[in-house]
Design a protein around this ligand. Sequence first.
Ligand SMILES: *Cc1c(COP(=O)(O)O)cnc(C)c1O
Length: 392
Amino acid sequence: MHKSTKAIRSQTPRSPFREHSTPLFLTSSFVFESAEQGRALFDETEEGNIYSRFSNPTVQEFTDKMAMLENHDEGLAFATGMAAVFAGFAGLLRSGDHIVSSRALFGSAHQIITQILAGWGIGHTYVDASATEAQWRAALRPETKMIYLETPSNPGLELVDMEMLGRISAEHGLLFYVDNCFATPILQNPADYGAQLVAHSATKFIDGQGRVLGGVLTGTAEVMDRIRFFARHTGPSLSPFNAWVLSKSLETLDVRMERHCSNALALARTLTECEGVKKVNYPWLETHPQFDLAKRQMRAGGAIVTIELAGGFEHASRLMQSLQLVSLSSNLGDTRSIITHPHSTTHSKLSAQDKAALGITEGLLRISVGLEHIEDLQEDFRKALEISYPRR
Ligand SMILES: *Cc1c(COP(=O)(O)O)cnc(C)c1O
């Protein structure tokens, strides 16, 4: 069976009530049939649910589907994407270890690495996403344990060559850890390049409808065992309710991504022709500096487009005010298109130097292209740009 069919057809075994849609096990604990069973479950001679901080059938349904989609052995769900990203570090690293990471990271991942892990004696070296193989190799140290990256990055849409980094990781016996949130398992699978661990913010395209927070890690059995120990005892668990929502959402992820990507490519092409737009960035646009890699590594270009406007914040603000349909929000990965000004919101905490290194200028706008009819989106942007940049 194809993965898209499995994402629709695999669910918790049908109960005596003969439900069609998957049931929701909204329960904090599970009963033991006997004292002996309680003992067996706790000493792990019998497998089964005990308490929803450890495991829950609805959460398991969601993580099994995610592991299947990511070509990994197992999954583990978290209350948010950041809880998942953090558990990947905290469950695997020890004081004295060192991470080599792509510089272009989600803001909170950057804070974890530079503030929290650094305070615990875990060092890091940042490398530019588009660095050469020699530059990546030069960042390795004897105490390096992990290579971490996001591709495409937020908001720069820089790609990292996963084939190359998978090769370097394997050669040096390193953990290869990828945040695959922007691409989703529909567009690329880091496991195919040797990543033993993948993180997702399920809040984004996996829910895809702006309703719930959630996060998930998928990985090899050996790596997930170590992270499960950390998660079981520290308790960043996903609510079964959110897991139910997210598992249902996986039934439509494939078709949603198809529409997200075709809308994004079409909108990117339209924007290249608009007055006032200095630059359009989209992985599957021929003008993207890593277009060849994007074509090789991704099955489509994704749902995020960025534009750089002439005139900085003032024009960015005027364009945002002039859009009628597109929402102003800092989220992404919704059915509804969203526009964000990273410089003043999501990435405002970065130093001026970091912003410059990542191309986060005052004129940069990030568009999360939704599922509306493409002509309505094109029309909204054309009109708003005409108001912002009237033809003389
Ligand atoms: C949003 C996001 C996260 C964090 O996820 P939350 O669910 O908001 O905690 C991590 N990585 C990337 C790339 C994201 O876009």
